[in-house]
Design a protein around this ligand. Structure first.
Ligand SMILES: *Cc1c(COP(=O)(O)O)cnc(C)c1O
Length: 432
């Protein structure tokens, strides 16, 4: 049989850098040929060879209902017939804004954009504009899109300003971005003690999904909140991944249950709120959002922002996941996957730890859950790659890199979970 994935990859590489339009799709971390996907349905997709996979990347999060949910398909088809894009406002933008504001109490107003990167970049600009300050605090291992000021890693030493992680980003552009270790209260306190009066915002993935799955500890999150308040800085939650994915109240809803009265000041959303279409948003309290153009001095715009087909897709997705029982069932299935994998690993004597919240999960080939990026990156790459390819060969598609989270959708059945655990058992035996 000819390998159509390989043939397509060769064709793609001649025209598209690395053959892909987003780097992690290229399988560079795990080796081998990326699968070119032809179609998807429910919890599955099929590659160019006709091979079926149980899909645990959910397009990196958005497909929380699974692929081709009938209500979403109907809404998207209807919207497409009504018009692709107008460059003028529509009622559906209001409805989507209402749905977001109703579910997330910290948000009074939102602005819709087309990607998480745009939303993160605009959040930083708005925070700087609203506070009149320059400094941003971010954490090693958190990803907030690829805006220049956020492509930065820690410099050497405690609480230093960062270095660019990409060529093409001049050091001057990141000279106001302070990069700290996740879950490190001491560093956080030192940074605020030294730079507090200059900090416009602290941006954080509250449950970090771009270093696999690492929760901010409650004491750490509490200190983030206290220090921002004390120094007049804005606390920005990047919930592009966690928003409407870990629960209907998003990650801030999870922390509000653990820390009485807890709220961030700004929220970045994406992924699930678009249901698989290019749609993202950022929101905050009214007085902050009113700093945005056309009301205020902070400029921000977009030709396709609030796109009518994308809002139809996102709005219908949000309505479906708000139906009674949806999240309870999604949480139960995700938990059973994590428990099943853990039991299978234990049985095989493989060091393993795993965690989940709502429909998002992560697992590590180490005995204890890591608390920061440096610890995550001590994972044995070769062992992860064996696990990844073992699962792939058995029709289970997890993220092709050890620093990515996984996702379960409403379309996954108990049988899919059981088949996944059975495949993992098989692979763990080889790894042992
Ligand atoms: C995916 C992601 C982004 C970037 O969103 P894009 O739509 O890919 O630009 C930003 N922040 C977090 C936490 C993400 O997971």
């Amino acid at each position: 049989m000819t390998d159509r994935n390989q043939a397509l990859f060769e064709r793609a590489k001649a025209l598209i850098p690395g053959g892909v339009n987003s780097p992690v799709r290229a399988f560079k971390a795990v080796g081998g040929t990326p699968r070119f996907i032809e179609r998807a349905e429910g919890a599955y997709f099929w590659d160019a060879n006709g091979q079926r996979y149980i899909d645990y990347i959910n397009s990196w999060g958005p497909m929380i209902l699974g692929h081709g949910h009938p209500a979403v398909l109907e809404a998207v088809q209807k919207a497409a017939i009504e018009g692709f894009s107008f460059g003028a406002p529509t009622e559906r933008e209001i409805e989507l804004a209402e749905a977001i504001v109703a579910a997330v109490p910290s948000i009074d107003m939102v602005r819709l954009v087309s990607s998480g990167t745009e939303a993160g970049m605009s959040t930083i600009r708005l925070a700087r504009g609203a506070t009149g300050r320059k400094t941003i605090i971010k954490f090693e291992g958190c990803y907030h899109g690829h805006a220049d000021a956020l492509l930065v890693k820690a410099g050497s030493g405690l609480a230093t300003f960062g270095n660019p992680t990409s060529a093409g980003v001049p050091p001057e552009v990141v000279q106001h971005t302070l990069v700290l270790e996740y879950n490190n209260v001491e560093q956080l306190e030192a940074a605020f003690a030294q730079h507090g009066k200059d900090v416009a915002c602290l941006i954080i993935e509250p449950i970090a999904g771009n270093m696999n799955f690492v929760r901010a500890s409650v004491p750490f999150m509490k200190r983030c909140r206290e220090l921002c308040t004390e120094h007049g800085a804005l606390l920005a939650f990047d919930e592009v991944m966690t928003g409407f994915r870990v629960g209907l109240g998003s990650a801030q809803g999870v922390y509000a249950k653990l820390i009485p009265g807890f709220e961030p000041d700004m929220t970045v959303m994406g992924k699930v709120i678009g249901g698989g279409m290019p749609l993202a948003a950022f929101g905050a309290k009214r007085e902050v959002m009113e700093q945005l153009a056309p009301l205020g001095p902070v400029y921000q715009a977009g030709t396709l922002s609030g796109n009518p087909v994308a809002t139809a897709c996102g709005l219908t997705t949000l309505r479906e996941i708000q139906k009674p029982g949806f999240f309870e069932e999604l949480t139960r299935k995700t938990r059973s996957l994590v428990d099943g994998l853990t039991a299978a690993a234990n049985e095989a004597g493989i060091p393993f730890s795993a965690d989940c919240e709502g429909g998002m999960f992560g697992f590590f080939l180490m005995p204890e859950l890591p608390q920061n990026y440096a610890k995550v990156m001590t994972t044995d790459n070769a062992r992860f790659n064996t696990l990844f390819h073992g699962l792939l060969d058995r029709g289970v598609y997890i993220a092709p890199a050890l620093y990515e989270a996984g996702f379960v959708s409403g379309a996954h059945t108990d049988d899919d979970i059981a088949a996944t655990v059975a495949a993992a058992k098989d692979v763990f035996k080889k790894l042992a």
